[in-house]
Ligand binder design. Structure first.
Ligand code: AQP
Length: 333
C-alpha cells in the first residue's frame, strides 16, 4: 500500500505516447495496490502562458484521457490542481526553503528557458519544481510514478521534504520515493531518437499524440528514423531509432523485446514499422472513442473533478495546517 501521487500538465490538445507509457499505464496499474491521487496540474501549465480558453479545454481533455486510459474515480482521487488552493500555499513555504542556485540547477528549466530566452521565461517556470514538490508533499505521498525526465525534480522534492523535517521536526511531511519503470521510462522522438518525445516538440513529425488521426500516426511510424543497417536488434546506444520502436511495440503488445527480435530476424525495418503502426492504431482507436465519450458530457466530467477536489482537499488541509503551524505562522481562527 501507501499513497501515490502524480500529475500531468494540460499543455497540449493531446497527451503523447511517452506520457502514456512512461506514466499513465503505471498510474492505472498502481490503483489496484495503492491509494492513488491523480491530478491535472493546470497551475503548472500557466508557466508557459497559455490562451485561457484553450487551457480550460485542455484541462478537461487531459482528465478525459486519464479516464480513457483507465484511471477509475471510484478507486482513485482525480482532480484539477487549481481546485485545491493548498498546492499554491505550500509551494510558497517550500520556495522559502529552496536555494536560488539549487533551483537554477534543474536541467528542465535550463533547457526550456534556453529556448524561450530570458524575457520569455517566467519566474513560474523557474519555481515549477517547487510547486511540484508541494503537489507531492501535501498528500503524504510515498511513491510518485513518473518518467525518467522527472527524476531530478523528484530528487528536489525529497530534499525539500527532508529539509522540512529537519527544520520543523520529524514527521512534518513524508519523504517520497520515485517510481520509474525502466523499460518505458523514456520514449524517444521518432525523428530524433536521442531526444525524449515531448508534447511541446518543435516538429510534430516525431510525435505520437494519443488524439491524433490514426492515419497520421501510422504515417509517422512508417517514416521513423532508423539507421543504415538492416538488423532488427535492441541496442539503444548503437541503434536508438530501432530500439525505440521495439520498446513501444513491446509495451503496447505485452510481448517481450527478445521475442520481437526473434520474430523479426531476417525481416526489414519496413515490416517492423508496418506491424507497429497496426499495434498503435489498434490501441488508439478505442482509446479515442472513450475520450470522445467523456468529452461529450462536460458537466458529468466536471462533477467527477469536483468530487475529486473535495476528497483531495480533505487530505491536503491537515498537512498544510501542520506545516503552517510548525513554520511559526499564527494559527487562523
Ligand atoms: N518521452 C517520455 N517518455 C516517458 N515518460 C515521459 N513523460 C513525459 N515524456 C515522456 C512523463 O509523462 C508525465 C508528464 O508530465 P508533464 O505533463 O508534467 O510534462 P513533461 O514531463 O515535461 O512531459 P512533456 O510531454 O514533455 O510535456 P511538455 O512538453 O508540456 O513539457 C511525467 O511523468 C513525465 O515523466
Amino acid at each position: 500500500g501507501g499513497r501515490i501521487f502524480s500529475g500531468m500538465q494540460p499543455t497540449s490538445d493531446s497527451l503523447q505516447l511517452g506520457n502514456y507509457l512512461g506514466a499513465l499505464t503505471q498510474w492505472v496499474a498502481l490503483q489496484d495496490t495503492h491509494d492513488a491521487i491523480y491530478c491535472v496540474v493546470d497551475l503548472h501549465a500557466l508557466t508557459v502562458g497559455p490562451d485561457p480558453k484553450v487551457l480550460r479545454e485542455r484541462t478537461r481533455r487531459t482528465a478525459a484521457q486519464y479516464l480513457a486510459a483507465g484511471v477509475d474515480p471510484a478507486r482513485s482521487i482525480l482532480f484539477v490542481q487549481s481546485h485545491v488552493p493548498e498546492h499554491a500555499e505550500l509551494a510558497w513555504i517550500l520556495s522559502c526553503l529552496t536555494g536560488f542556485g539549487e533551483a537554477g540547477r534543474m536541467t528542465q528549466f535550463k533547457d526550456k528557458s534556453a529556448k524561450q530566452g530570458s524575457d520569455g521565461t517566467t519566474v513560474g517556470l523557474f519555481t515549477y519544481p517547487v510547486l511540484m514538490a508541494a503537489d507531492i508533499l501535501l498528500y503524504d505521498t510515498a511513491l510518485v510514478p513518473v518518467g525518467e525526465d522527472q527524476r531530478q525534480h523528484l530528487e528536489l522534492s525529497r530534499d525539500l521534504a527532508q529539509r522540512l523535517n529537519s527544520r520543523f521536526g520529524p514527521g512534518t511531511v513524508v519523504v517520497p520515493e520515485p517510481y520509474i519503470v525502466s523499460a518505458t521510462a523514456k520514449i524517444y522522438d521518432l525523428q530524433d531518437p536521442t531526444s525524449k518525445m515531448s508534447k511541446s516538440a518543435e516538429s510534430p513529425n516525431g510525435l505520437i499524440e494519443l488524439l491524433d488521426d490514426p492515419k497520421v500516426v501510422a504515417k509517422r511510424i512508417r517514416s521513423a528514423v532508423t539507421d543504415a543497417e538492416r538488423e532488427i536488434r535492441y541496442d539503444p546506444a548503437a541503434k536508438p531509432g530501432v530500439s525505440n520502436l521495439l520498446t513501444i511495440f513491446a509495451a503496447l503488445s505485452g510481448r517481450s523485446i527478445p521475442s520481437l527480435e526473434s520474430d523479426y530476424a531476417g525481416k526489414g525495418y519496413g515490416d517492423l514499422k508496418k506491424d507497429l503502426a497496426d499495434v498503435v492504431v489498434d490501441f488508439l482507436t478505442p482509446f479515442q472513442e472513450r475520450v470522445r465519450h467523456y468529452m461529450s458530457d462536460p458537466s458529468a466530467l466536471d462533477d467527477v473533478l469536483a468530487a475529486g477536489a473535495q476528497r483531495a482537499r480533505e487530505l491536503a488541509t491537515p498537512t498544510l495546517e501542520r506545516v503552517y503551524d510548525r513554520s511559526g505562522l499564527l494559527p487562523r481562527r
